[in-house]
Design a protein around this ligand. Structure first.
Ligand SMILES: [Zn+2]
Length: 562
């Protein structure tokens, strides 16, 4: 029935219309396609895009009820009925525009060609349904799908199930270790490592080979570390996968990082520094600022790369000469010269290439993590009037990173700290889920205990992990799968090395240096975390977990930690 014929038909019915029971039935007809569209398409779509199925259902249901009321109780039908249609379909159009912004794949409900299709691809499309993702190779070309029930198809299906199982929960990384005894794996969800179900060694090998083929890596080459990329095209859009391969004594190691470039590129202002910490960097990023060393540290899995790129990217690369020298550049930053260490040209090692980079008078340089690289630290310390140099390293605390640096620098503490400008230590805490968190309304006693003013504690929240769909009826939150957390945020401790602090450090008196820093307003990592909770970036519950004294950081693969 077309839009034109319906009113004409109803109009022709004349007086009959006023008394006929047909009226409400005809008037309510549009509700059928509406209900069908929501229950068969919109609901599932909202679910897989994590847009909050329950929220949208509630909106559509309210619109439906208002529309029915409008048809039944607005006395003039030709006002009541159009109003009902507006009420009914506006949320649908709003939903489509919201989801199109969120998804790479535009939703075109009226694209009949897609539904009719050509028969040639029908079989492939049917198979694709059984896969969680379509795989894209390093060039972005979709991988062809093997015949159904072939071994190749089974491997592809397993290779798509593995990331899917953790990506729905927001994983950022999967690691596999293939040994003769079997394949074990871990995933990282919201900064926490979790075990994967073990699988037979043979399947692990096959999956590894499959990914290698996609990324164009040599599965047989066990001596080199290799790096490649491929893509996963799923219902929730495209996921870029960075793949790292290495052979260790224990077995074959494989690491997949999901949407790594996006995660590594975080604006400096979004790293999680407090206002006073931001102020302590005044002048540091300006053109012509005094050079010197900035130690950037974090425990394994706690966002050291993001921190380092965040600082590097804060410099204006069009005014300053900004360079990074890395064994494996992972991202590009506008205007920054991201140099890959050239092992063939500089056979003597990384530090020789670094010397060449320093000779070209850069304003800012970022080096690779200096974890046990004494030679690089010496090279830097021997540089007269160094530029601003960022030195990432992995350490459990700010004090530990300072001590590590002093050890790497050798015996002369005075020389080590002569050009030290800042020490920055970071760790990650989980963010409360945006869908299911509720204000905490902290009591004055709690605020006092936390050391927050009423204003500073105004943003305290708690993630419930569930959503109240009807009064008294709760459902597990889709976005966080019931954990109450979604994503991570940084909390930081910043030590600005003043002359007084430098002299304490030169005397190897770390304690006195930290006391002096405290006097000058340095806040501890825990205090920074509580401030973050006050802003709603994390929760008190998460701080208790993250800073629990007995807890040891999960053993992480040092070389593999980004
Ligand atoms: Zn949630």
């Amino acid at each position: 029935m077309s839009a034109i014929s319906l009113p004409t038909l109803l109009g022709d019915l004349g007086p009959l219309w006023l008394v006929s029971p047909v009226k409400p039935i005809l008037a309510l007809l549009p509700f059928l396609p509406w209900a069908w569209a929501i229950s068969t398409h919109l609901e599932k779509d909202a679910d897989r895009l994590l847009l909050g199925r329950n929220k949208w259902n509630a909106i559509h249901m309210s619109a439906g009820i208002l529309a029915v009321l409008s048809v039944l109780f607005v006395p003039i039908f030709w006002i009541g009925w159009p109003l009902a249609m507006v009420l009914l379909f506006t949320p649908v159009f709003v939903y489509v525009s919201v989801r199109n912004q969120k998804s790479d794949k535009q939703w075109e409900p009226l694209n009949f060609q897609k539904h009719l299709g050509d028969d040639g691809n029908k079989e492939e499309r049917k198979l694709l349904k059984e896969l969680r993702y379509q795989f894209l190779d390093a060039q972005g070309v979709p991988a062809s799908i093997p015949e159904a029930e072939s071994e190749a198809f089974q491997i592809m299906a397993s290779a798509s199930e593995l990331p899917f199982g953790v990506l729905v929960r927001g994983a950022t990384r999967v690691e596999l270790l293939v040994t003769e005894a079997g394949t074990v794996g871990t995933s990282v969800v919201n900064g926490l490592r979790e075990q994967l179900d073990p699988m037979p060694a043979k399947m692990g090998l096959k999956i590894r080979e499959f990914y290698c083929g996609l990324a164009g890596l040599d599965a047989a080459d066990l001596r080199r570390q290799q790096y490649g990329k491929f893509g996963l095209q799923g219902q929730a859009g495209k996921t870029n996968v960075s793949m790292f391969l290495s052979g260790t004594k224990k077995g074959l190691h494989l690491r997949l990082e999901f949407d790594m470039a996006r995660r590594l590129k975080r604006d400096w202002h979004e790293l999680g520094l407090t206002a006073s910490q931001v102020d302590s960097f005044e002048g540091h990023f300006d053109l012509g600022a005094q050079g010197g060393f900035v130690l950037l540290s974090a425990p394994p899995l706690q966002g050291l790369s993001t921190l380092s790129y965040g600082f590097l990217g804060r410099h204006d690369a069009y005014l300053q000469n900004v360079r990074a020298l890395e064994r494996q550049p992972l991202i590009t930053l506008d205007g920054v010269d991201m140099i890959e260490y050239d092992a063939e040209e500089y056979t003597e090692g990384y530090s020789r290439h670094l010397t060449a980079v320093l000779r070209r008078d850069p304003d800012v340089v970022m080096v690779d993590p200096i974890d046990d690289d004494k030679v690089t630290v010496r090279t830097l310390l021997e540089t007269d009037e160094p530029p601003v140099v960022y030195l990432p390293l992995r350490a459990g605390s700010l004090g530990e990173s300072l001590q590590k640096f002093m050890t790497l620098a050798g015996g002369d503490a005075k020389a080590a700290v002569k050009n030290l400008k800042y020490v920055v230590h970071q760790r990650l805490v989980r963010r409360p889920c945006s869908e299911c968190s509720v204000p905490l309304n902290a009591t004055p006693e709690l605020l006092q205990k936390l050391g927050l003013s009423e204003e500073e504690g105004a943003g305290l929240v708690k993630g419930l992990g569930q959503i109240e769909v009807k009064p008294g009826r709760f459902e597990t939150c889709d976005r966080c799968q019931g954990s109450g957390f979604s994503g991570v945020t940084g909390v930081l401790e910043v030590l600005k090395v003043t002359d007084e602090i430098r002299s304490h450090l030169a005397n190897k008196d770390l304690k006195a240096a930290l006391v002096a820093a405290r006097r000058e307003g340095k806040i501890s990592l825990q205090e920074a975390a509580v401030k973050a909770a006050g802003e709603g970036r994390t929760t008190i519950e998460e701080i208790s977990r993250a800073f629990a004294p007995a807890r040891k950081a999960a053993p992480a693969n040092q070389e593999a930690s980004a």
